[in-house]
Design a protein around this ligand. Sequence first.
Ligand code: SF4
Length: 132
Amino acid sequence: MPVKMSKLEERAIKLLMKHGEKGLLQSELWHKLGVTSREGSRIGIKLEKKGVVKRVREFANDRWTRRLVPLIKQVDVKVLNEAPCPSCVYEHVCGPNGDEYYRSCMLIEEWVLREMGRKLSHGASEPRAKSR
Ligand code: SF4
């Protein structure tokens, strides 16, 4: 179920996701958002209540503060561009509610293995030419 967020909360979570699992100190985030620390603290608390960030206590710059760590990740949908299903002749009947061709489908197996291989060797880098 999608989480409802204000524009400022959306900007905050996008900035946090750019910094990955490390997140940002709350003061760094408020600075990047251009809001006051009071307003920023409210955003952090709201995002934590919505379950999209974790506020971790941390000693930094000679004082105790909070680090905001995103609990959600950006999904790279580019990988779906090369999925075999949209152009497959069985696409209209293949699925859990129809014929289960996908259970023994060589095309889907090859695609999954190819994408896993790319991810393991290059992380989430640029797509490469097909190996077939
Ligand atoms: S899983 Fe295989 S058979 Fe099913 S739609 Fe995709 S490519 Fe076609």
